[in-house]
Design a protein around this ligand. Structure first.
Ligand code: ADP
Length: 416
């Protein structure tokens, strides 16, 4: 693309190639997270978070990363438009205004791209309509993403806006992994299938792992364990996702901070018929009051480990259920892949919790999997190996960076 924009600072015109900044927006139902990146060296210029949008206790925290202290604004921020305008003002105060000709594009995290979007996509009216058509399968996420896109378009109508989909990396899953074994006509009529989420993270981490191992991603089979508050596993063969643990929604799969992960679907009928719960109540139970928080009252792994170390039995059982599920997925994905070259831990828990990493792979020596205690104990923000020197399968910790991946994909799309 060679769009020409006017540069008010020089009075002349410059090509899109001079624009090197990307703003990444992650719009949730009541929050907006933003990061401004300089793609010349992939560094961050500023990050921010607006939370509790629409409430009287809204808060904006803006952190300039090239000098300057974090700044905070308290007081009601009515909607996403106001949130983004406030973020734009903070950026402008640091000389990083969104009207700058150095801004190349805005990259949006979009949760659900269905089957249509397997690549980052420049947002047109047609693309936005398709994201709207997917609202029934992502009622919590896509509406917020759409609001974020519309607001950003109103602020900079001339600028390319790019959607990077959480589901995109998983569109390579074969049909036998993506389909539920339910009546085909019913499933197709309602677009019921396994889509998978956290794809931006799984894509980034699998590529970074290949770099860490010094081998082409095309040669490697790996299991990526994204363990944050939300958690998902994926099996990646030659850089392509062949299986992942989240399904139609992010509820399926691993035990998470507040989500149950896998349960017999009959649990929901039982809750309706026997416990008299409404569909919305069951939805809230399984998404917000289950997982670690439902099992022991805490969803922060640091707190759970502290309680386990003090002999708290509920916390210990919650930890064991979390680990058991993780181990089942490692076993299942080893079978799906046939040969495993690397198991990779990422996100808040995966990057920071040595006890989770140790317990998840304990007893799997028969699979060639082992964790070296000293290497596992090292705290670092860098990608690193934690398997013993002579291990058959590499075990690695690779910090994820979804914003950098979104910025990279966005920039690549608009820069050529
Ligand atoms: P998300 O993006 O899904 O909200 P993160 O990837 O940031 O989540 O992970 C957040 C979780 O990481 C926290 O809920 C906590 O359980 C875990 N976590 C963060 N730091 C540590 C740590 N030092 N030790 C153990 N767990 C940690």
């Amino acid at each position: 693309m060679t769009a020409v924009t006017t540069d008010p600072t020089s009075g002349g015109s410059r090509s899109m190639n001079d624009a090197h900044r990307v703003l990444v927006l992650n719009s949730g139902s009541s929050s907006v997270k933003y990061q401004l990146l300089d793609m010349r060296d992939r560094s961050r210029l500023a990050t921010g978070l607006v939370e509790r949008i629409g409430e009287s206790s809204s808060r904006l925290v803006h952190t300039p990363l090239k000098g300057g202290e974090p700044r905070e604004r308290a007081g009601r921020i009515a909607d996403h438009e106001e949130a983004l305008r406030a973020a734009a003002e903070e950026l402008a105060a640091d000389g990083l205004g969104l009207d700058s000709p150095e801004l190349a594009a805005i990259g949006h995290r979009v949760v659900h791209g269905g089957l249509k979007f397997s690549e980052p996509t420049v947002i047109t009216d047609e693309v936005l309509k398709e994201i709207e058509r997917l609202v029934p399968v992502a009622p919590l996420h896509n509406p917020a993403n759409i609001t974020g896109i519309r607001t950003a378009q109103a602020l900079r109508p001339d600028l390319p806006q790019v959607a990077v989909f959480d589901t995109a990396f998983h569109t390579t899953m074969p049909e036998h992994a993506a389909r539920y074994a339910i009546d085909v006509e019913t499933a197709d009529a309602h677009r019921i299938r396994r889509y998978g989420f956290h794809g931006t993270s799984h894509a980034y981490v699998s590529r970074r792992t290949a770099e860490l191992l010094g081998r082409p991603v095309a040669e490697l089979n790996m299991i990526v364990l994204h363990l944050g508050n939300g958690a998902s596993a994926s099996a990646v063969a030659g850089g392509r996702c062949v299986e992942t643990s989240m399904g139609l929604t992010p509820l399926e799969g691993l035990v998470m901070g507040t989500r149950s992960g896998d349960v017999d679907p009959a649990v929901t009928f039982h809750l309706k018929r026997v416990a008299g719960m409404s569909t919305d109540e069951i939805d809230t139970l399984l998404n917000k009051r289950s997982g670690l928080v439902g099992l022991c009252g805490d969803n922060d792994m640091r707190e759970i480990r502290r309680r386990v170390d003090e002999g708290d039995e509920r916390a210990a059982l919650a930890f064991d259920i979390y680990i058991h599920r993780l181990k089942k997925y490692v076993g299942a994905y080893s079978a799906v892949l046939g040969r495993v070259d690397a198991v990779v831990f990422t996100a808040g828990v995966g990057e920071n919790s040595a006890p989770v990493r140790e317990a998840a792979l304990a007893g799997l020596e028969g699979f060639g999997l082992a964790v070296d205690a000293d290497r596992n104990a090292v705290r670092s923000g860098e990608p690193r190996l934690i398997s013993p020197e002579d291990a058959r399968v590499a075990v690695a910790v690779v910090p994820t960076d979804e914003e950098l991946e979104i910025a990279g994909q966005t920039f690549e799309l608009v820069h050529n």
